[in-house]
Design a protein around this ligand. Structure first.
Ligand SMILES: NC(=O)c1ccc[n+]([C@@H]2O[C@H](COP(=O)([O-])OP(=O)(O)OC[C@H]3O[C@@H](n4cnc5c(N)ncnc54)[C@H](O)[C@@H]3O)[C@@H](O)[C@H]2O)c1
Ligand SMILES: [Zn+2]
Length: 380
């Protein structure tokens, strides 16, 4: 178990690009202090601090307004750009709109871009920060659970191309992440549960003790209890940061463990129609398919799959495909071959060998994959 200080801050060590993730609760109004200290440490001048907040309209008047007030009270010039919420805003057109605003504001290399919102705002604002004027300092204030435990850690930023999600992007580490778990109170239930699926994933792939913690704190997690939230967010950030520190640019394959459940999930999301199944829901279902595949390949026993299913169900995260989806196994397999993580059309799965440990498997027989798809899709 972590002690309290581990739940207040996570250090991401990447040489000159190292940064701190502050984990606060009901302290969004103190963000200016943290941002000032990050800038001082990097040698930015103390005068003329300026920030542009990129946010979506669901959190603009609540959480983004508090960030803006905190910065203004500390003497910053601060401008807020409100975007439409949702994945459809992760486009070049939206980035271009923000570039126009930055030009009008005469933003310079000292202007800090602050993303306030879920993963969409983080990816979009981060992409703008990585490209405008060859790179601006970037701060993330993630407000969805998925953004707090996943997208705000690791430096991947980007936008979608009409032909592919996240096709245009960069690695651009923030100078800091300021994360306040109390903002999760306003997060819609479905978004919250989707984020929890990624939290469960960290337990399965990296940390059996954390998995047990989740099992023991189901009631607290369902109630969004403050201490439990802080712990799961801090532990998830630490676990992802450990991986990112070993493979910052996704070159060595270490980062691939984070894709547990995702080979199935990406195919399910695409074939069910984006929106029908959220990403987190698809990951929950995808983990169980992957786990069942691991069972069939003799890597784990049935109890490990059952244990994941019990936890996901207790957290009210879907564990089976919608009855209406009726996916054809051949279509799913074709889709998995198209996945950008598949190399040369070869199916690639991240499969558990025990709780807390996974391996990349590239030689799973297609007949076994098909059997899992047929068996689980026809289960009552
Ligand atoms: N960069 C990465 O490493 C990485 C990793 C995983 C996912 N992603 C990206 O993240 C995106 C998904 O992120 P997401 O699930 O946060 O989606 P999102 O940004 O669309 O947020 C989900 C919804 O919740 C709303 N919301 C967010 N915080 C809220 C709050 N506190 N109160 C009320 N409403 C709130 C948003 O307005 C939105 O409607 C995808 O585009 C995905 O590609 C990136
Ligand atoms: Zn995911």
């Amino acid at each position: 178990m972590c002690n309290v200080s581990d739940d207040q801050s996570v250090q991401v060590s990447l040489g000159q690009r190292s940064y701190q993730i502050v984990i606060a609760s009901q302290q969004l109004d103190q963000i200016a202090e943290a941002m000032n200290s990050w800038l001082v440490r990097r040698g930015y001048p103390r005068q003329g601090r300026a920030a542009v907040i990129i946010t979506d309209r669901n959190v603009l008047e609540s959480h983004a307004a508090i960030v803006s007030l905190s910065l203004r009270s500390a003497g910053w010039r601060c401008h807020t750009v409100g975007m439409d919420p949702g994945e459809q805003t992760k486009t070049l057109a939206a980035a271009s709109h923000i570039y126009d605003v930055l030009v009008d504001l005469k933003a310079d290399r000292q202007t800090v871009i602050v993303a306030v919102g879920g993963g969409v705002m983080g990816d979009l604002a981060g992409f703008v920060a990585s490209t405008y004027n060859r790179g601006l300092p970037f701060v993330q204030v993630p407000t969805s659970l998925l953004a707090q435990v996943d997208s705000s850690v690791g430096g991947k930023v980007g936008i979608n191309h009409p032909k592919g999600k996240n096709l245009i992007g960069a690695f651009h580490q923030p100078i800091g992440v300021y994360l306040d778990t109390s903002v999760l109170k306003t997060l819609p239930d479905r978004e919250y549960r989707g984020g929890l699926a990624e939290v469960v994933k960290y337990g399965v792939i990296l940390d059996p003790v954390f998995f047990e913690y989740l099992e023991q704190h189901v009631a607290d997690l369902n109630a969004r209890e403050g201490n439990a939230l802080r712990h799961i967010v801090a532990r998830s950030c630490r676990l992802k940061a450990d991986i990112v520190e070993k493979d910052e640019f996704e070159l060595t394959g270490v980062r691939a463990v984070l894709n547990y459940g995702h080979t199935f999930a990406h195919a399910f999301e695409a074939l069910c129609g984006y929106g029908e199944l959220s990403h987190g829901e698809a990951v929950s279902i995808g983990m169980l398919y992957a786990s069942r595949l691991a069972e069939r390949l003799g890597r784990i026993d049935a109890e490990l799959t059952a244990r994941q299913k019990r936890l996901l169900e207790a957290l009210h995260i879907p564990t089976t495909l919608p009855a209406s989806s009726r996916l054809n196994p051949d279509e799913v397999i074709d889709r998995m071959r198209l996945d950008k993580k598949a190399v040369g059309g070869q199916l690639r799965f991240v499969l558990p060998t025990r709780l807390g440990h996974v391996e990349t498997v590239t030689d799973a027989p297609e007949s076994e994959v098909r059997a899992v798809l047929e068996e689980l899709s026809s289960a009552p």
